[in-house]
Design a protein around this ligand. Structure first.
Ligand SMILES: O=c1nc[nH]c2c1ncn2[C@H]1C[C@H](O)[C@@H](COP(=O)(O)OP(=O)(O)OP(=O)(O)O)O1
Ligand SMILES: [Mg+2]
Length: 199
């Protein structure tokens, strides 16, 4: 069983990542298990912030580390909040205030299209010259009235048109099959197999 630390403090992400990796011969530890302080995320791209978080967790734990950097990109807002999704309404981070700001920002906009994006990075050690990188996206629309009690973050306001349900209404197992994070992790697992010559 391969030990990896998940470089995240987001409980919603940790649940989804654990559900995907735990059945696959990974022993997964949240970075809180090693009292790892939160990494800075100073960059303007998801990939740079993701690499930074993965390296930080690997350096503090001495283990391979997997990071997720993700966010919601709204067409009518020219892709905002994007990389800044977690801090859209400022510090301290608050899903409730972020969602409120999102709905306010979209008032009067007919175009409700948005997508979630996720990049996942796995480093074997902090200075790993060949990090494994995988990404995924999920497309949908922003609605004004929240629906559902599952998921996390922007999910109650993110409608998946093909399902007629929000990210907070579908069960986690279903979300993991179609989500930005689920797709990125599936790609990561495939890449891992070919790295080990099993692909
Ligand atoms: O499936 C999702 N369903 C709902 N919301 C989501 C999802 N995926 C990302 N999001 C939102 C949450 C947060 O506002 C931002 C991620 O920000 P991001 O910096 O990657 O994560 P974070 O600061 O919450 O935790 P950490 O950096 O410790 O992993 O995008
Ligand atoms: Mg973050």
């Amino acid at each position: 069983m391969k030990k990896i630390v998940i470089a995240s403090n987001n409980a919603g992400k940790l649940r989804e990542i654990d559900a995907i990796l735990a059945p696959l011969d990974f022993e997964v530890f949240p970075q809180s298990a090693f009292n790892i302080p939160e990494a800075e995320e100073p960059y303007c791209t998801f990939i740079e912030n993701c690499l930074t978080k993965a390296r930080h967790a690997s350096a503090h734990s001495g283990l391979p580390a997997l990071a997720d950097d993700s966010g919601i990109c709204v067409d009518a807002l020219n892709g905002a909040p994007g990389v800044y999704s977690a801090r859209f309404a400022g510090e301290p981070k608050s899903d409730e205030r972020n969602n409120q700001k999102l709905i306010e920002s979209l008032q009067g906009h007919a175009n409700r299209k948005a997508h979630y994006y996720c990049v996942i990075v796995l480093v074997r050690w902090p200075e790993d010259p060949q990090p494994i990188i995988a990404e995924g996206a999920m497309y949908g629309e922003i609605i004004d009235t929240p629906r559902g009690a599952g998921g996390f973050g922007y999910d109650p306001y993110f409608l998946i048109p093909e399902l007629g349900q929000t990210g907070a209404e579908i069960p986690m197992a279903q979300k993991n099959k179609i989500s930005h994070r689920g797709k990125a992790l599936a790609e990561l697992v495939e890449k891992l197999k070919s790295v080990r010559g099993e692909g």
